[in-house]
Each structure stands twice: as C-alpha cells, then as structure tokens.
Ligand binder design. Structure first.
Ligand SMILES: *[C@@H]1O[C@H](CO)[C@@H](O)[C@H](O)[C@H]1NC(C)=O
Ligand SMILES: *[C@@H]1O[C@H](CO)[C@@H](O)[C@H](O)[C@H]1NC(C)=O
Ligand SMILES: *[C@@H]1O[C@H](CO)[C@@H](O)[C@H](O)[C@H]1NC(C)=O
Ligand SMILES: CC(=O)N[C@H]1CO[C@H](CO)[C@@H](O)[C@@H]1O
Length: 351
C-alpha cells in the first residue's frame, strides 16, 4: 500500500486534472477585431480547457484558414472548424479611422500549416452540422458554448431538426448537452452592442430570447477598458501567431479585451476577475439588436457579469496568459516558426 500510494495518488491527480478540463465550443467572428484571436489562443493553450470545436459566424474564407493556422500553431490541429456559408473573399479595411489593419488573410498566408490550407476554406464544416456532431458525441451537461461574435449559427442550431448525429432537434440537443451558454454581446443593464446588431440582429434576438438554460452575458462595458497585447507585442516570441495578428491589426497599440474576458469566464468561472451584476431577471434583445435587462424575480437562470478586478489587474492577467501561451508554442531556440507540423491534415480525418 505504502509503496503504491504515490503512484496511485499521481494517477488520481491526473484523472482529476483531466476531469476538470471544461469542454468548450467557441463561436467567433474572427475577422474585424483581433480580440477573437486572443480568445482562441487563451482557450487553445489553457490546461483547464478542452476545446472541442470552433465555429466561425462570419463568412470570410480567410477567417477559417487563419483559425486553422492558429489551432495548429498552439498545438490543437485536431480541433474541427466550421464556418457559415456562402463564403466570400472579403478582407478587412478600416476606412473610418485608418488605424487598424487586416490580419486574417495575412495570418492565413504567413502561417500556412493548419488543417485547412490556403484555397481550401470550403473544406471547413457546416457550423450547424459541426455543432450537432460534437454535441451528440459529448456527455450530457458537459459543454460550455462561448459566443464571441454574431449569433447566426446558434440561431440556426436552435432551428435544426434530427439528423444522422442525433434524433433530437437543436433545442433538445442543447438542453441535454450544454451546461452553460456564455455570450459576449449586449450592454448591461441596457444598450446596443455590435455582436447583437452587427450581422443579423433578428438571429441574435432569436438565439438570446428563446435560449433555455443557464446563460451568462459579458457586456461591452466589461472588456472595453481592459487593454491587452502590449507586453506580448513588446516581449513575446517573434514567431508567435497572436503577436503577429496584434501587430497587423493594431500596429503596436493595446486593444480592448471583450472576447478574451468572455473565454476567461467560460474556462475559469468568476475567479478574482468577475462578479455577478444581478440577482434575478433575464436579457431581452429587440429586432434591431438593442438589449435590455428585464428585472423579473421569477427568472433566475441568466446573469450578467461585472468586472470586479481593476481594468489594469484584469489586463495584466490576460497579458500574462498571452505570454505564457506564446512561449509554450515557440520553438526552443528562437528562429523559424513551427511550420508544417500539422500540414496536410484533413478536417474530416480522424487524427
Ligand atoms: C476567392 O478567391 C479564390 C482564389 O482566387 C477563387 O478561387 C474563389 O472563387 C474566390 N471566391 C469568391 C467567393 O469570390
Ligand atoms: C430560426 O427560426 C426563427 C423563427 O422561429 C427565425 O426567426 C430565425 O431567423 C431562424 N434562424 C435562422 C438562422 O434561420
Ligand atoms: C475601467 O475603466 C473605466 C474607464 O476609465 C472606468 O469607468 C471603470 O470603472 C474601470 N473599471 C474598473 C473595474 O475599475
Ligand atoms: C451553414 C450556415 O451558414 N448556416 C446558417 C448560419 O446562419 C445564417 C443566418 O444568418 C443562416 O442563413 C445559415 O443558413
């Protein structure tokens, strides 16, 4: 017994550690802001997260190639990726302030090692099919969906009907498999924010207003003054993908952390960073994408977050994790990026 104990104890530790990893699906509009890239990187490199799928809710082909490059760079080439259709070749051009730059196509081009190579964006999954497959294969009540963009795919998932993966319709599948829905979107207690109005506001209203189960909202105000990316751009490995995306996009300015904070909550819960802003009530989204908290004492399944830590403390925490993730993916002796390590993998191939 005594001899075995340390071995058994360490096995138990490993088991606890694996069991504690949260199953996460990310739904992202990786295209017009770099905070989505930060959020994906935090999830892909977190020892507490098990990233089981990424869906993209913006139909730009470069977005899905960039997402596959990112997953490869941070050691998760097996994670399946979906994107809404029909695809376009749109790139981002900031013609209102001229400060921001296109990053998705450049990341896709310069980090060409993901499971979806240049020119092969159509190989990505249909997002609703991917949701249904991955949810059907998951244990009951084991999945956290973190939405950090538009809600089109999720509205379509709610409307989906039984298929080869499950007899359940979308709503039933969600209630069986999803333990929490985390939504970066809206403003609290009321306001009008991009993720709800920027694409198809009626899909956002449909998804938010008819979702059943536990929902946590992370509003605009939580992340807008949490500026991150500075330390990564200054001190991070030169070969790092997120660092390069920040540089393309912000040209060395730090950036608000709306999406990064939403995944921090999705992975770690309230922790030291957040507190809950309401005792009861629910969110309501109007057809134009404006939202408002309805203070109904009978409704207790939804909450919105407030930042509890200072903006600086929250930013320092995210920046530390960016640097840690970047260093974990950097080659030992500076120099060439870890290209080609996952090239040639197909999205629909088991690894
Ligand atoms: C995008 O560009 C590729 C390569 O030039 C081309 O094959 C494809 O047809 C284009 N797709 C669209 C939707 O324009
Ligand atoms: C799903 O159905 C609702 C009506 O029940 C509709 O408002 C919504 O637009 C549909 N979602 C999609 C993505 O078609
Ligand atoms: C973050 O900064 C904004 C703008 O300066 C301020 O209004 C807000 O109170 C700060 N948040 C926290 C939690 O300190
Ligand atoms: C595959 C796909 O794009 N599915 C749906 C995503 O959401 C939009 C709503 O904007 C639907 O029209 C698509 O069919």
């Amino acid at each position: 017994m005594r001899v075995l104990f340390p071995f058994v104890a360490s096995l138990i530790q490993v088991a606890i550690c694996l069991a504690k990893r949260k199953n996460i699906i990310i739904d992202t509009d990786l295209f017009s802001d770099v905070d989505d890239v930060g959020a994906l990187m935090l999830t892909a490199t977190s020892p507490e997260a098990n990233l089981i799928a990424v869906n993209i809710n913006y139909p730009a082909a470069y977005s899905v190639i960039a997402a596959s490059a990112l997953l490869c760079h941070y050691g998760q080439p097996q994670v399946p990726i979906g994107i809404m259709r029909p695809l376009t070749n749109e790139t981002f051009f900031d013609d209102w302030s001229f400060r921001l730059g296109e990053y998705a196509s450049k990341i896709a081009y310069h980090f060409p090692s993901g499971s979806i190579p240049w020119g092969h964006a159509e190989d990505a999954w249909d997002p609703v099919e991917l949701y249904r497959k991955v949810l059907a294969e998951s244990e009951d009540a084991s999945v956290t969906i973190v939405s950090i963009g538009f809600l089109d795919n999720l509205s379509a998932l709610l409307n989906s009907t039984g298929d080869e993966y499950s007899d359940l319709n979308g709503r039933e599948l969600i209630s069986q498999k999803v333990s929490e829905f985390v939504v970066m979107g809206g403003a609290y207690p009321s306001g009008k924010e991009w993720n709800f109005f920027g694409s198809n506001p009626s899909a956002a209203a449909h998804a938010v207003n008819t979702w059943e189960g536990r929902v946590t909202f992370v509003g605009d105000e939580v992340g807008k003054d949490v500026l991150t990316g500075g330390p990564l751009m200054k001190d991070g490995p030169k070969t790092d993908l997120l660092r390069q995306a920040f540089i393309y996009y912000t040209y060395f300015d730090p950036r608000p952390s709306w999406d990064a904070l939403a995944v921090m909550y999705g992975i770690h819960g309230l922790g030291d960073l957040f507190e809950v802003g309401n005792e009861y009530g629910y969110n309501h989204v109007e057809p134009d994408g404006a939202n408002k908290w309805i203070w109904d004492e009978m409704k207790r399944e939804q909450q919105f977050l407030l930042l509890k830590a200072s903006n600086e403390t929250a930013a320092a925490k995210v920046d530390r994790l960016f640097l840690k993730g970047a260093r974990s993916a950097a080659p030992d002796v500076g120099g060439t990026p870890p290209k080609a390590s996952c090239a040639g993998r197909s999205q629909h191939e088991e690894l």
